[in-house]
Design a binder for this molecule. Structure first.
Ligand code: GAL
Length: 708
């Protein structure tokens, strides 16, 4: 008894000592994907020493290592991973462990072939690549839970493990029978009765009326819009269930200090499922930044050079999923190997790209990958050391960023971007428009970026959020292409306007309800009463049309909607609760060129309660968009500090209670000079500065105290 008690107190003491020594996430984490299982242990020490010399303070391991962790069913081999974690710690690095569920091993897919993913063409995937599992498979989830349990039990209290990554870059859904049964069960749960489903989808159209759940197709082709939208939601819910299966295991076993994340790929804006809902489950959300982020044109992926607006908007999108700082768990050290032309970033660009992410709210930057794998599908990919383990040219640049991160970390710790302006990016709406673009000239991401670019230039800080997020913190909310507006969303937005918010709706707003059916009031649907007007008709343009009015002049391109105010009597029946509202002002009208449009209102605004609601019915040229952004931010009294910078020089501001940090990166073609509004401390160079001289790809980190 005595000895048992002694043992218990010894263990308790040991736990306290261990907990005290447990590492936490470094305030500015800098790492690389390392695959110790691909190399002999004899190479580890030299690799880790080189990582440490480059200033890395984190390694990310394990996410494809299932066959090394469990070479045959139930035969767990976790010791090597423990040795790898310990070796990294000896070099001052914490570890993020990826659960290996993106790559089920061959023994598993041989024994349980039912877990293999089936494409929409009905073909089952074979072993030999990755992402070959069905997200709906109960058997696969059971097997995932087993391996994750082993990992969680072994590493859940490991002092050097600071975070977990679930899987890797969630991507494809599956069209196997189990998924199909899941789809039918999901629909039954959502609608309760086929009558209701038939009504909301208006299945009388083309005799689609269903009399059994099992008759409902599972397709992404040109199907009923209600079905297509629900399928996206089903896929989202299936991914949620897939990740929750693993999150539950981790939460049950690991210390809360170990954060749980997943790294979303697809250059950020991918929309196979609702990423904001996926992000909501995690302690922190991560994404993998490769070139091409933010462009609708996928041929840009992995090639070219960094565009600070497109990359910046993607960081802001990711930050908006949780309205919090985020991690970049993959960035290319120079180049990828899967693009049309996998060109290298310029000298200096890799470092500037890392800092640019931090400027937008990243608290972690990590490279994919540390060392070129000798074989496997990605042999040519950029790395920090070559197949021989010796530094490649970009190593020195990454090491410079490593030194700078360490230097700046104390100043940056605890700061985040703060925006008074939000752009709405709504998955339902994005899908609804993509199912029928009506004009292939209407490219939503391009429309959104036109707004983003103008607002960002105007304010230097824009949040991109879904309508589900907290909107109260913003002064101005701008929603281009908010196609799906439910009654509940209209209510939320109206209440926000009444309380003093300034809402700008862009083209195609409110055409659909949550079932992807047309709203009977026409656009903007349940917001008609708030706006006091509506869209009379929408037009896909072949040619530009002039627009002009109190707000400036320019061209309507791609898309034009004619607007009209509605009689007060009609409005009060639509929303009798609405607080006092003013007359409708017409701020832009179409000029001559298209008879349907000539002289018709293109933008209207109305005061409602303490705020305003504006509807802009046209896609407009960029100079006019810039003028509009100026008027909107002035109207909403947006007053965040702005430091004038030349084009393609980016400035990001991160704020804590006692300080503001400005991070400049120069992606323009040459050196640039910037005058500062006052003296600031130069964190990287030291000393006080009132102006900056930035070479091409130059970086500056400045800090200024804030009076509390
Ligand atoms: C990412 C993926 C990595 C690696 C990388 C290459 O999408 O997560 O595992 O394949 O691409 O660029």
């Amino acid at each position: 008894m005595q000895s048992l008690r002694r043992l218990v107190s010894f263990l308790a003491l040991a736990a306290v000592v261990l907990a005290a020594r447990a590492a936490s996430v470094p305030p500015l984490m800098y790492g690389a994907a390392w695959y110790p299982e691909q190399w002999s242990e004899a190479t580890w020490e030299a690799d880790l020493a080189r990582m440490q010399a480059a200033g890395l303070n984190m390694v990310r391991i394990g996410e494809f290592a299932w066959s090394s962790l469990e070479p045959s069913e139930g035969n767990y081999q976790l010791d090597w991973m423990e040795r790898a974690v310990a070796a990294a710690a000896r070099h001052g690095m914490v570890t993020i462990i990826g659960t290996p569920t993106d790559t089920p091993p061959a023994w598993l897919t041989t024994k349980y072939p039912e877990v293999l993913r089936v494409g929409e063409d009905g073909k089952q995937l074979q072993h030999g690549s990755r992402r070959h599992f069905s997200i709906a498979s109960a058997k696969y989830r059971e097997l995932c839970a087993k391996i994750v349990t082993q990992l969680a039990e072994r590493f859940g209290h490991n002092p050097h493990v600071v975070a977990w990554q679930i899987g890797n870059e969630f991507t494809e859904d599956s069209f196997d029978d189990e998924s199909r049964r899941g789809w039918h069960a999901w629909l039954e749960k959502r609608y309760g009765s086929l009558d209701l489903l038939n009504r909301h989808w208006m299945t009388a159209y083309w005799s689609q009326t269903y009399s059994q759940w099992s008759q409902i197709p599972m397709t992404t082709g040109r199907a009923n819009p209600g079905l297509l939208l629900d399928y996206k939601r089903y896929v989202t819910d299936t991914w949620l269930a897939f990740q929750r299966n693993q999150i539950a295991v981790l939460r049950a076993h690991v210390e809360p200090r170990q954060l749980i994340t997943t790294n979303l790929g697809g250059v950020g804006w991918a929309n196979r499922f609702n990423r904001q809902l996926i992000a909501a489950d995690y302690d922190v959300i991560s994404w993998d930044e490769y070139l091409g982020a933010g462009y609708a044109d996928s041929s840009r992926n992995g090639t070219g050079h960094l565009d600070p607006d497109r990359s910046g908007s993607t960081h802001d999108l990711v930050r908006g999923w949780k309205q919090r700082n985020f991690w970049v768990l993959e960035m290319p050290p120079g180049f990828v190997d899967w693009s049309s032309v996998s060109n290298s970033l310029d000298r200096g660009e890799t470092r500037a790209m890392a800092w640019h992410a931090v400027a937008h709210g990243a608290d972690c930057v990590a490279y994919w990958q540390w060392r070129s794998a000798l074989n496997g599908q990605e042999q040519y990919h950029g790395s920090l050391v070559g197949p021989d383990g010796e530094p490649v040219p970009v190593y020195a640049e990454a090491a410079q960023a490593g030194r700078e991160f360490a230097q700046a970390a104390p100043v940056i710790a605890g700061t985040s971007p703060v925006s008074q302006v939000a752009l709405i990016h709504d998955y339902d709406s994005r899908w609804a428009i993509d199912f029928n673009r009506f004009s292939n000239r209407y490219e939503q991401l391009e429309v959104l970026h036109s707004y983003y670019k103008a607002l960002r230039r105007q304010t230097q800080s824009v949040d991109i959020v879904t309508p589900a997020m907290d909107l109260a913190r913003y002064k101005l909310i701008v929603a281009p292409s908010l196609n799906v507006v439910s009654a509940a969303l209209a209510q939320k937005l109206t209440a926000w306007v009444e309380a003093g918010g300034h809402l700008v709706l862009g083209p195609r707003t409110g055409m659909k309800n949550e079932f992807n059916a047309l709203n009977t009031q026409r656009q903007p649907g349940p917001l008609v009463a708030t706006l006091g007007g509506r869209v009379e008709q929408f037009y896909a343009l072949l040619e530009d049309v002039p627009v002009a009015g109190e707000w400036g002049s320019g061209r309507a391109t791609v898309w034009a909607e004619t607007l009209a105010s509605l009689p007060a009597a009609q409005l009060s029946t639509l929303n009798p609760q609405l607080s006092t509202s003013g007359a409708i002002e017409v701020l832009l009208r179409y000029g001559a060129g298209n008879d349907w449009l000539t002289g018709q209102p293109a933008a209207i605004r109305r005061r409602v309660g303490q705020g305003t609601i504006t509807y802009l019915g046209a896609v407009v040229d960029q100079p006019l968009m810039q003028t509009l952004a100026q008027q909107w931010t002035a109207m909403a009294h947006v007053d965040s500090p702005v430091i004038p910078v030349p084009d393609r020089v980016s400035v990001g501001r991160r704020v804590a209670a006692d300080r503001e940090v400005f991070i400049f990166t120069n992606f323009s073609a040459g050196p640039q000079k910037i005058a500062l509004p006052g003296a600031m401390t130069d964190v990287l160079q030291g000393g006080e500065v009132t102006k900056l001289s930035l070479p091409r790809y130059g970086v500056a980190v400045l800090v200024r105290r804030l009076k509390s």
